[in-house]
Design a protein. Structure first.
Length: 382
């Protein structure tokens, strides 16, 4: 009788132990508790690293609490041979099963990267490096490879102007060539057959139209003014006049910040439209579709040859040099009035903080105002 009771007791102990082990396993594999400030955790898996290193990384990230069990299951289901390189995103509360399943799928998280309009190649490369660890050096090498450009149908020696501004889902450390191909394909979806036909009608090649669009992109602040700006450039080209577009000077100098002086207008470069006649050899930035459309459809009937900023986000368009000079003078007066208004507001704010009346000060020229005076879009200023 005692022997029978002992065997039953031993059986019960084994069942409890088995159920406890199964419960522990289930908790480790399917449960992950805890509160965290941020919702997601990211784990980078490099090409060719062993599964033991992957285990260490997900463990260090707080996703796995039983690394030996994780390694065992990973090897059991062949996950160690399927986990691809990339950046993986997990919810911090992910259980072990979710982590294993994600690695089994082998597809890393794609970063949503916005490439703004009006950027040059180097700026696009920097954004992609920062947001998705794309090799910027290799990116620039591909973007400057004329043979590679030819395979993509780019009518230029490099990709300047053809990396269409948009939001892209980018794999972590994605191959630059693959990414550039996607961006160029996106450009040609924007510059569709109807626009290419229109380009032929007005006697512009795709590269010329894109180059003009890139200048419009840099000059315009409002989409509504783009056809008017385009008309100015078309009129000047038709008359054999230099475009005299300030952004082309900056591109020729390789500097997009700081002051531009009159001496810079003589920079001997085919991209400097104060120095050279006609359009630059290729685009100076990546234009939007609205700029491309404006380049191909300038305002009909416009006889304007000049434009200058107003100081309020718009431009004044004129047909005669004398009227253009008046508009420039008015623009400078507006900037000076704005400078004084800002100065007065700042002095009033300081006085309010100090508890005393605002004091009038005779200040020198505001550096930002001087910068705007020298850099404002004044096509045809000479």
């Amino acid at each position: 009788m005692k022997k029978f009771q002992f065997s039953h007791l031993l059986r019960d102990i084994l069942i409890v132990a088995f159920l406890t082990a199964i419960s522990f396993l289930a908790i480790e594999v399917f449960c992950q508790a805890g509160w965290h400030e941020s919702r997601y955790v990211y784990v980078i898996i490099d090409e060719g690293i062993p599964f033991s290193e992957i285990t260490s990384r997900v463990t260090d990230a707080g996703l796995v609490r039983a690394p030996r069990l994780f390694v065992g299951l990973g090897r059991l289901f062949g996950i160690e041979y399927r986990a691809g390189a990339g950046r993986y995103r997990f919810e911090r509360t992910s259980d072990m099963a979710t982590v294993l399943r994600t690695l089994y799928d082998g597809v890393g998280y794609r970063e949503r990267v916005r490439v703004p309009s009006g950027l040059i190649l180097e700026s696009v490369a920097r954004i992609l490096r920062k947001k998705a660890a794309v090799d910027s050096t290799l990116f620039m090498a591909y973007a400057s490879d004329s043979t590679f450009m030819a395979t993509l149908g780019v009518p230029s020696a490099n990709a300047e102007g053809y990396l269409f501004p948009d939001t892209y889902d980018v794999e972590w450390n994605e191959a630059p060539g693959t990414l550039i191909r996607r961006m160029v394909d996106n450009f040609y979806r924007a510059f569709d057959d109807s626009l290419r036909e229109r380009s032929k009608e007005i006697g512009l090649s795709v590269n010329e139209a894109t180059t003009l669009a890139s200048i419009i992109e840099k000059e315009a602040m409002l989409d509504s003014e783009k056809p008017k700006i385009s008309a100015v450039f078309h009129n000047r080209l038709d008359r054999g006049m230099k475009l005299q577009a300030d952004p082309t000077v900056r591109y020729a100098l390789g500097r997009w910040t700081g002051r531009i002086y009159y001496k810079h207008l003589d920079e001997p470069s085919p991209f400097n439209t104060y120095y050279a006649r006609g359009l630059p050899p290729h685009p100076i930035c990546n234009p939007t579709r609205s700029s491309i459309v404006a380049a191909l459809y300038p305002t009909e009937g416009s006889a304007d040859l000049y434009f200058v900023a107003t100081g309020y986000g718009t431009h004044t368009f004129t047909q005669r040099g004398v009227d253009h000079n008046k508009a420039k003078a008015e623009y400078k007066r507006t900037l000076e009035a704005q400078r004084k208004a800002r100065q007065k507001a700042e002095e009033a704010a300081r006085a309010a903080e100090e508890g005393g009346p605002a004091q009038e000060k005779a200040g020198g020229a505001d550096p930002e105002a001087e910068k705007q005076n020298e850099e404002a879009g004044e096509s045809g200023a000479q």
